[in-house]
Write a protein that binds this ligand. Structure first.
Ligand code: BGC
Length: 422
């Protein structure tokens, strides 16, 4: 089979069935990075997170990386690093600042973003919902009310229509489980609720919105005779029972949490044929102990793995386990996020290479992985943790908006350009 050209990669041929001879060094493998609107763009004052920061007295996202204005500069750096793809999100609250307003100039902005990516030979992968909602949507009950699903679909259709000629890979929702857990169970993200019932309802509504949105996107592309790949980004942890003696109940709890958090949404959507590939976000290992009839992150502070600067247990082997578990769906996988926030340069490099080796191992074991995107291209606003954690291939000075490529990113650049891992 001939090697696909850059044009093939940009236009999505890398997903076509029959392309089974994939390998990491094949030209069509996606090597990229991911970002999201609220975390990078700056100036997003029409969404629920903006209100939440004020209400909770959190560090504000403010002008973030000013990526809304500096996107060309950022894409030039991504291209300089040898990446061939970039995942970004459109900001719903910019496009629809009011329920009845779809702003043409904001759609034009994202069209310019996409065109800029293409001019740098970066394949655009566009996320439609990355944790933020317009204020008007949140105020009418947000995802708690199934009558509001239509509002999201209106935004989805307008955005997909505007970008359909240049984009062929869409991620409707980023990490529904993380959104639901933080916003409706743990209460640390807007709207700050702690209710299992509410969480269940929100997850149901988001899943329904995905199914409707999936069909709408397919329809739009069918009309123009173009193929399109649609998915979600699923956050998967390597859940592991806390080794403290528990008569096996921690093991049962870990199995349950794994089933619900990692796989229930995927099971549901795969069964309904609403995913063309699986978007995988993997970061770390989480120890589980029994809590009531279920399980929760265990409270013991020191398990054997090292922790990153956020206290997350780093476990490359868990990445392999999770990837192997996804084989059962028989769908291509794209790693849409993998990354870490560290305090030393060496640890970033170690994380990167050790996880890529596990991905390589999974590919060798027959897992159909089509791409790997590092989280994140830029240091950015880490939600309730503010600006302290640094996930970027590129360091950002938030005062001057200067960018500086981190040394480990040069290591990534070599791999993206075809060198051996490690
Ligand atoms: C989210 C990002 C976040 C990253 C690091 C992912 O779960 O999609 O928005 O910045 O994790 O916490």
């Amino acid at each position: 089979m001939d090697k696909p050209s850059d044009k093939d990669i940009l236009q999505g041929d890398f997903f076509s069935p029959g392309q089974k001879d994939f390998s990491l060094r094949r030209k069509s493998f996606l090597w990229g990075a991911a970002i999201s609107s609220y975390q990078c763009e700056g100036g997003n004052f029409n969404c629920d997170w903006h209100l939440w920061e004020k209400e909770k007295n959190l560090a504000p996202a403010g002008s973030a990386c000013d990526h809304y204005n500096l996107f060309k500069k950022d894409f030039a750096l991504a291209a300089h690093l040898g990446l061939n793809s970039l995942r970004f999100s459109a900001e719903w609250s910019r496009i629809m600042p009011h329920r009845d307003t779809v702003l043409g100039e904001e759609l034009a902005h994202y069209k310019e973003v996409v065109r800029s990516l293409l001019s740098f030979n970066l394949k655009p992968i566009v996320t439609l919902h990355h944790f933020t909602n317009p204020i008007w949507f949140a105020q009418k009950g947000g995802w708690l009310d199934d009558r509001n699903i239509d509002d999201f679909i209106k935004y989805l259709k307008a955005t997909v229509e505007a970008l359909k000629d240049e984009v062929d890979t869409w991620v409707i929702f980023n990490e529904p489980m993380v959104y639901v857990y933080n916003g409706f169970i743990h209460g640390s993200w807007p709207p700050g609720m702690k209710s299992l019932r509410a969480a269940r309802r929100v997850l149901d509504n988001i899943t329904q919105a995905h199914i409707i949105g999936y069909a709408q996107i397919k329809d739009i592309y069918k009309k123009i005779g173009k193929t399109v790949n649609v998915s979600l980004a699923q956050n998967l942890h390597y859940f592991y029972p806390c080794p403290e003696f528990s008569f096996g109940t921690n093991t049962l709890a870990a199995i349950l949490v794994n089933k619900v958090f990692n796989f229930s949404t995927l099971d549901y959507l795969v069964k309904r044929k609403a995913l063309d590939f699986i978007g995988v976000n993997y970061y770390s290992k989480t120890y589980i102990e029994r809590k009531g009839f279920s399980g929760a992150q265990c409270s013991h502070a020191n398990h054997k793995e090292r922790k990153n600067s956020l206290g997350w247990y780093i476990c490359p082997g868990g990445f392999y386990t999770v990837l192997m578990a996804l084989k059962k769906y028989n769908l291509p996988l794209v790693i849409l996020e993998n990354g870490t926030a560290e305090n030393t340069e060496a640890l970033y490099g170690e994380y990167l290479v050790s996880h890529l080796k596990q991905m390589e191992r999974a590919i060798a074991a027959g897992v159909d992985i089509r791409g790997y995107l590092w989280w994140s291209l830029l240091d950015n606003f880490e939600w309730d943790k503010g600006y302290k954690p640094c996930f970027g291939l590129i360091e950002v000075d938030y005062k001057t908006q200067e960018r500086k490529i981190r040394p480990f990113a040069q290591e990534y650049a070599k791999i993206c350009r075809g060198s051996k891992i490690g």
